[in-house]
Design a protein. Structure first.
Length: 200
């Protein structure tokens, strides 16, 4: 027998026919094709890479600049310390020159036998200057009997060696020398014992 193409009005439509009938003309529903397999390359996060060469170069330059700044600061501080020391030593030498004048005045007065009250005043001023120099770190060089040292002494003349001294020893101080913190402020002018002359 041949199937009839007539549709029974009372029969329910098949599922595929029902979905087709529910869709409006021109209505296209998205089709779920499952998980995406071809993702956009721009949406994929790249793994962290090593620092770029430019970043390494910038860091190296920064470290070099920082080291140079530290060197400049140290040089500037050293120069400032040297200038400060030079000014202080110049002032100390001026005070020492005044002290030399006072010492010569006292020596002259003592030689003349002057015992006036003004001598006591001059001696008091001299002692105060000595104390001030000591507080500043300046101390006199005591060379008598010591071997001649060109860093501390300035030889002015040679004399016969006294008993108990050897050739090259300092015999007499002509002008007192001074030092400060291991540095010579002013060398002492001295007379040095000469070597004995060889007999023919």
């Amino acid at each position: 027998m041949f199937k009839s193409d007539r549709v029974d009005p009372g029969a329910s439509p098949r599922p595929d026919e029902r979905e087709a009938s529910d869709a409006a003309p021109g209505d296209e529903r998205p089709v779920d094709v499952g998980p995406a397999t071809d993702a956009d390359a721009d949406d994929v996060e790249a793994p962290p890479s090593a620092p770029a060469a430019a970043e390494v170069d910038y860091r190296d330059r920064w470290l070099r600049a920082e080291a140079e700044i530290q060197n400049v600061r140290r040089r500037a501080q050293r120069d400032l310390d040297e200038q400060t020391r030079a000014v202080e030593e110049r002032m100390l030498l001026e005070v020492i020159d005044v002290l030399d004048d006072l010492d010569r005045a006292l020596a002259s007065a003592e030689k003349a036998g002057d015992t006036g009250s003004w001598i006591q005043g001059v001696r008091l001023v001299s002692d105060r200057l000595l104390s001030s120099l000591a507080r500043s770190g300046a101390t006199p060089i005591e060379p008598i009997g010591a071997p001649f040292d060109p860093h501390l002494h300035e030889a002015m003349l040679e004399v016969e060696a006294p008993e108990g001294m050897s050739a090259g020893d300092v015999v007499h101080v002509i002008r007192r020398g001074w030092k400060r913190s291991g540095r010579t402020l002013r060398p002492a002018r001295v007379a040095v014992a000469r070597a004995p002359a060889e007999r023919a």
